[in-house]
Design a protein around this ligand. Structure first.
Ligand code: CO
Ligand code: CO
Ligand code: CO
Length: 305
């Protein structure tokens, strides 16, 4: 499996029973705290493996930095954050690569395994499926506000915990229940990543905005016009496919908000939705919600109600 359906990771069948799943992700600091930046970057890198229904088995660090812009203690803290998160995920970091760059960047290349018939792709969503989102939105808006001192440490802390949470529990829950499609919410925001599922599956969707979990502070910041550039370009990209109805502008922005290490978006058959919600709860995924459903189309069309 390669690029065709904009899936979260590449999949290569090794044997009848085992496919390897590979992904790489890195980005500049989204937080001032180096330890938590490292932890969030690692959680984000692992997320694409979880989104495919695979089990991560090994990771490699990728780290770009310069002693001129990043003191050695800070560099160590970033790596410690990543190492702790990988340990939590029970994934050994078996190597890596570093290079010099004035703007630091950190992330991981992660390898996972999955049974070739059990890969959860973007392409399996069917009309009638319910859509479940497992983390609240708004981290892009909040980290941008953080860069410009437009929010409080409390709010940053809230967003940090959301971003640093592994999607492992959510992935294991969806595997136990059996679902049709899944992806993780990252740079293209909820609407952009939903669109990838809809196009790959040739279906449409209804999103009920009042049901979408959101970090409260993000709505307030969005109403003041705080949003990262990525969020604004996401909004422009989905415009022609989305019927926004009378969705308030700040909600519109949050639904398009570019996330770092966001939750899983899962397309589940309606008769298994209750079981999925129960399994998510058992895994301690406390903010999960049913946010809408899959429709016959037209392909890629989203109606926000
Ligand atoms: Co992804
Ligand atoms: Co990715
Ligand atoms: Co070498």
């Amino acid at each position: 499996m390669g690029f065709d359906t904009a899936d979260d990771a590449g999949v290569f069948r090794l044997t009848e029973d085992i496919a390897i799943v590979q992904t790489v992700d890195l980005f500049p600091p989204v937080l001032d705290d180096p330890y938590w930046y490292g932890a969030v970057a690692a959680a984000n890198s692992l997320s694409d493996i979880y989104a495919m229904g695979a089990k991560p088995i090994t990771a490699l660090n990728i780290f770009a930095f310069s002693e001129k812009t990043l003191p050695a203690e800070m560099a160590a803290e970033i790596l410690r954050g990543g190492a702790d998160k990988a340990r939590e995920a029970e994934v050994p970091i078996i190597g890596g690569h570093s290079l010099r760059d004035v703007e630091p960047k950190y992330g991981m290349c992660v390898t996972g395994i999955v049974h070739p018939n059990k890969v959860i792709t973007n392409a399996g969503a069917r009309p009638g499926d319910l859509l479940v989102l497992t983390k609240p939105l708004g981290t892009g808006i909040i980290t941008t506000a953080g860069k410009f001192d437009k929010t409080t440490p409390d709010v940053i802390e809230q967003a940090t915990q959301v971003m640093a949470a592994l999607n492992r529990g959510a992935s294991e829950a969806m595997l136990r229940v059996g679902v049709h499609a899944a992806t993780d919410i990252t740079g293209f925001g909820l609407m952009g990543h939903l669109m990838e599922i809809l196009k790959a599956s040739r279906v449409g969707a209804v999103v009920r905005w009042r049901s979408v979990p959101v970090i409260e502070a993000a709505l307030e910041l969005a109403s003041k016009g705080v949003a990262p550039g990525g969020t604004l370009s996401n909004q422009a990209q989905v415009l022609e496919y989305a019927d926004w109805g009378d969705t308030p502008e700040e909600v519109n922005l949050v639904l398009c908000d570019a996330q770092t290490s966001g939750g899983l978006l899962i397309s589940v058959p309606p008769d298994r939705a209750d079981e999925l919600m129960a399994e998510l709860e058992r895994e301690g995924v406390s903010n999960a919600a049913v946010i809408g459903e899959i429709t016959h189309g037209p392909t890629g069309a989203v109606k926000v109600v």
